[in-house]
Design a protein around this ligand. Sequence first.
Ligand code: DP6
Length: 339
Amino acid sequence: MSSLYTATVPSNIAFIKYWGKRADAQQWPANDSLSMTLNQLATKTTVRLHQADDHMLRLGDRIYNRSDKNLGKTFVHLDRLALRFGYSQKLQITSSNSFPMGAGIASSASGLAALTLASLMAWTDSRNWDDLERHGFDRSMLADLARLGSGSACRSLFGGFVQWEAGLDPDAQRYASLFSDEHWALRDTVVLFSSEQKSVGSTEAHELAWSSPLFIPRLSGLPERMNLVKDALAARDMQALGLWLEVEALEMHAVIMTARQPVYYLNEAARQFLADLREARQKGEIHAYFTIDAGPNIHVIHEASEHERLKLWLQRRLAADHLLHDSVGAGPHLDFQSE
Ligand code: DP6
């Protein structure tokens, strides 16, 4: 009989971006960030113990091993966890995403968080959150560990609207769900302009942040912006939130485009879409705002009451398979099965 440990972890979309690091090894970010945990866009990872010399990873219908450079982060993370806690048992891991990998919708966030949870469940024979906690892995410890795999993964450990505080030293990082998913039924419609692996990964691009002349001024303005975004969330004020979302996303892209080795994530079609969205908003046709991560796709944030109108507007411009519809969600869940 074998045991199957499963973690399903949603992706998250940052409202205040994590961009730039103060210390790479501890994944200490340059600034506090805030995100909305999604609901449908998720990674499901199932782990069972594996009687072999090395871990095995199945993604979709392909099997990967540690020599595959696209999956480097996965094996490095497993080795890190095993070494730190002294686990020698190898794992068989099956993982699937409900969205295209590497397309700028934070597959590394949900992927590395799901890997952290499912592998620790298997190593400690934990069937639920309480079991994990009894083994010393409370939610905040799990977020610390997921963060080492990929920074944005730590926020996916929580539901609703989540803040990741950088703290005064790398060990003082903190996470909190400021508002639950029930506070405000915000939606995120993702417009896919490319589902290919992006040319420059975010880990590489984070390093370049400090070389942009816009980066230090950005950091000095962020605490105030963070407060304004929190106020807008507390008041469920779509317009106030939306205007800051757009400033924040464009500022991050400005930092990326003015770095020593500039990266241009948005293609012509995506740039035109941003202009069209703003024009339609000004004309009162839609009430929606964009944000963008380090990739070519655009997240359109809006209230649930706006969804149908926005969907029609989007469908007139884009094929249905370029659109992913999601909303704020309650965070990850764990399953256990024996077969
Ligand atoms: C643009 O978490 O992917 O999505 O820590 O190097 O794995 P690593 O980077 P990653 O960076 C994500 C950056 C972002 C903004 C955000 O999610 O806050």
